[in-house]
Design a protein around this ligand. Structure first.
Ligand SMILES: Nc1ncnc2c1ncn2[C@@H]1O[C@H](COP(=O)(O)OP(=O)(O)O)[C@@H](O)[C@H]1O
Ligand SMILES: CC(C)(COP(=O)(O)O)[C@@H](O)C(=O)NCCC(=O)O
Length: 400
């Protein structure tokens, strides 16, 4: 965790720019499509993954189609016909949003991701598709919008219009939730694993909410209104930590593999539980016996004759599960304390750490519910890692 939230962090942020003070709806109304040439992209270049959102216009007139230059048509075809790009790019087809309005146009939003470390290959591919011959600007957010700005200009002749990642996250959430009725959900009956199931949540009155973005690291924002939020705190122990530790401990190579291993493992072979220390519950302070008392410590009780034997029985699956449980519990605990401090009872968890990861979502749902005696609710959003990219796509007015 950051040693101390800086003044900048703890000050409530109200954007000074006139344009960013307006709501997303006003944004879409005021912008005229002709002011910004196609193609329309929004990019969130994060510490681990680059998220690319592409708007495919579906209301193209005959005249427009006839005058559309070939490169533009080919880019559109290439992006929309494939679901894999090179070795590491993926289009999340299940997230595609059809018939959505954007800056006076109607079309489909496509959601594409690739590892940020592949940026060199991405730029080479973009160049090979003719992007360098289009004089255009791409909206970008995330740390990589700054880090890679020169590479974009040099390699593909693209200017980046840079937007703040948290401003973008919040407007992206607002827009997607408005246009996708099934965006927000929660896990019903989180304290009973057999009954725990995904249920739709009406998030049309969202404020205030706590936003926990679990990316490479974790940022926690208290959001009071469309343009009124503050960054409460953050922690460096996030999705990147899970993946890094899991790879080191189990020899796995991908996030998907790490999650699959964790699904087949048992963290109680690795962690020390309250009952391992108390012989049962620690009733006075409400700590149940099956609560993890100390992560990873069942295998390293120095002095205990059997610790070596215990270690030899631990599987890769157990290690992956214990890593997932440790990181998730830590994030849940910090999120809960922030929610208490801010007097907010709805906690929205987003970020690609939650991708294909129901174990962590259910744990977070359980933790919020159990430790708040049912007064706090954990919420989740289907487009978990893509809000920054959507938000910056919405914010670009075509003049930067
Ligand atoms: N295909 C993937 N490759 C790498 N990490 C992934 C993948 N899918 C999910 N993740 C998880 O998502 C995290 C990155 O989340 P993301 O929200 O994209 O953050 P960032 O903006 O920092 O890249 C990784 O640290 C990892 O835990
Ligand atoms: C620096 C970041 C905002 C970058 O975002 P990310 O690429 O991790 O999504 C994030 O990693 C973060 O908030 N880290 C925690 C820093 C801290 O408060 O300790």
């Amino acid at each position: 965790m950051a040693p101390c939230a800086s003044n900048q962090n703890s000050k409530r942020h109200v954007s000074g720019e006139k344009e960013t003070e307006r709501s997303v709806c006003q944004w879409s109304r005021k912008r005229r499509s002709h002011r910004r040439p196609m193609p329309w992209f929004g990019m969130d270049i994060g510490g681990t993954l680059c998220k690319l959102v592409y708007f495919e216009p579906k209301d193209i007139t005959r005249d427009e189609l006839d005058s559309e230059i070939e490169i533009l048509r080919n880019i559109r075809k290439y992006l929309t016909k494939h679901s894999a790009y090179g070795k590491t790019g993926h289009r999340d087809m299940h997230l595609q949003l059809d018939n959505v309005p954007l800056r006076g146009r109607r079309g489909t939003l496509h959601f594409i991701r690739f590892p940020t470390c592949e940026m060199g290959n991405f730029l080479a591919l973009a160049k090979s598709k003719g992007m360098a011959t289009l004089v255009t600007t791409v909206s970008a957010t995330g740390g990589g919008a700054y880090k890679f700005e020169n590479d974009f200009r040099k390699e593909v002749n693209l200017k980046l219009a840079k937007f703040d990642e948290f401003d973008s996250l919040i407007s992206g959430i607002q827009y997607i939730d408005t246009h996708n009725p099934n965006e927000c959900y929660y896990w019903a009956n989180p304290t009973e694993m057999e009954k725990c199931s995904k249920s739709s949540y009406d998030f049309s009155n969202p404020y205030p909410f706590l936003l926990v973005n679990i990316g490479s690291g974790v940022s926690i924002l208290a959001v009071y209104g469309p343009n009124n939020y503050k960054r409460v705190t953050g922690t460096s122990i996030g999705g990147g930590t899970f993946l890094g530790l899991c790879c080191l401990l189990t020899g796995c190579n991908t996030f998907e593999e790490a999650i699959e291993l964790a699904a087949g493992g048992d963290n109680t072979n690795v962690d020390k539980l309250v009952r391992d220390i108390y012989g049962g519950d620690y009733e006075r302070f409400g700590l149940p016996g099956d609560l993890v008392a100390s992560s990873f410590s069942a295998v390293c009780s120095f002095g205990q004759m059997n610790s070596r034997e215990k270690r030899s029985k631990v599987s890769r699956e157990d290690l992956a599960r214990a890593t997932l449980v440790t990181i998730t519990n830590n994030i849940g605990s910090i999120a809960r304390m922030c929610a208490l401090q801010e007097h907010i009872d709805r906690v929205v968890f987003i970020g690609n750490f939650l991708r294909v990861n129901p174990i962590s979502m259910k744990m977070l749902a359980y933790a919020m519910d159990y430790w708040s005696n049912g007064t706090m609710k954990a919420l989740f959003l289907e487009h978990e890692g893509y809000f920054g990219a959507v938000g910056c796509l919405l914010r670009f007015n075509g003049h930067d």
